[in-house]
Design a protein around this ligand. Structure first.
Ligand SMILES: Nc1ncnc2c1ncn2[C@@H]1O[C@H](COP(=O)(O)OP(=O)(O)OP(=O)(O)O)[C@@H](O)[C@H]1O
Ligand SMILES: Cc1cn([C@H]2C[C@H](O)[C@@H](COP(=O)(O)O)O2)c(=O)[nH]c1=O
Length: 213
């Protein structure tokens, strides 16, 4: 049976993840793979309700981190693990690296405690710590991201944060990459859409089934 594949897409708000994720889905579908396109926080009815709360209600940093992990647990159990067990490709717009970057880097929440929560929430029934096979990190200067978002939409609680918050989030992603370099692919997201799309295609191509297989 085909092995499931888990790819996450990360970056500060406005870095360009959503612009490219559909194209990655199309590449896998064209190669004959079933794709589950999902997001965090969210991906199940309950997790989407939690998303509404965390994106729009002011709250304590620990409360925020716990709600992110609560939404993730539900998402893992209801959607991600069953999809991987079927052999599907799961493309997830953000996963736990976002919690380390935003709640750890941005809010300054304790990195080690986040690691403990990660272990509790992401350990599967088989005793394996679930992590993405590949994390595509859209790395972008917060100033450029803010300019891109300014004309795009009404900002939510995170998107309304100042540039120094996003500089700390970006540093959180860099720290996470340094801790787990094997699964991270950093994309220079300041390039044109076409160049970024090409870079994304290059990093996912080794994960596509070889033609004839
Ligand atoms: N390479 C690029 N050059 C210029 N503009 C871009 C580029 N990539 C995306 N954009 C534009 O920037 C804005 C943000 O892009 P997008 O929504 O894909 O980011 P995102 O990472 O998904 O953001 P969020 O995490 O906040 O949802 C959109 O208006 C999009 O059209
Ligand atoms: C998973 C996760 C997300 N966030 C933040 C990051 C973004 O500002 C929003 C999600 O909005 P998007 O348009 O889907 O990017 O939530 C976070 O702070 N912590 C997390 O774990």
């Amino acid at each position: 049976m085909t092995r499931g594949l888990f790819i996450s897409f990360e970056g500060i708000d406005g870095a360009g993840k959503s612009t490219h994720i559909e194209r990655v889905a199309a590449l896998f579908r064209q190669a004959g793979r079933a794709v589950v396109l999902t997001r965090e926080p969210g991906g199940t009815p309950l997790s989407e309700k939690l998303r509404e709360l965390v994106l729009h209600e002011p709250m304590d940093a620990l409360t925020e981190a716990l709600l992110m992990f609560a939404a993730r647990r539900e998402h893992l159990v209801q959607v991600i693990e069953p999809a991987l067990a079927r052999g599907d490709v799961v493309l997830c717009d953000r996963f736990t690296d976002a919690t380390f970057a935003y709640q750890g880097g941005g809010r300054g929440f304790d990195w080690q405690v986040l690691g403990q929560l990660e272990a509790m929430v992401q350990t599967t029934a088989q005793g394996v710590l679930r992590q993405p096979d590949l994390t595509v990190w859209f790395d972008l200067d917060p100033q450029i991201a803010a300019e891109r978002l300014a004309s795009a939409r009404v900002p939510d609680k995170f998107e309304s944060q100042p540039a120094d918050f996003f500089a700390a989030v970006r540093a959180g992603y860099a720290k996470r990459q340094a801790e787990m370099p094997g699964r991270f692919a950093r994309i220079d997201a300041s390039q044109t859409r076409e160049a970024v799309g090409e870079a994304v295609a290059q990093v996912v191509t080794p994960w596509l089934p070889r033609s004839g297989s």
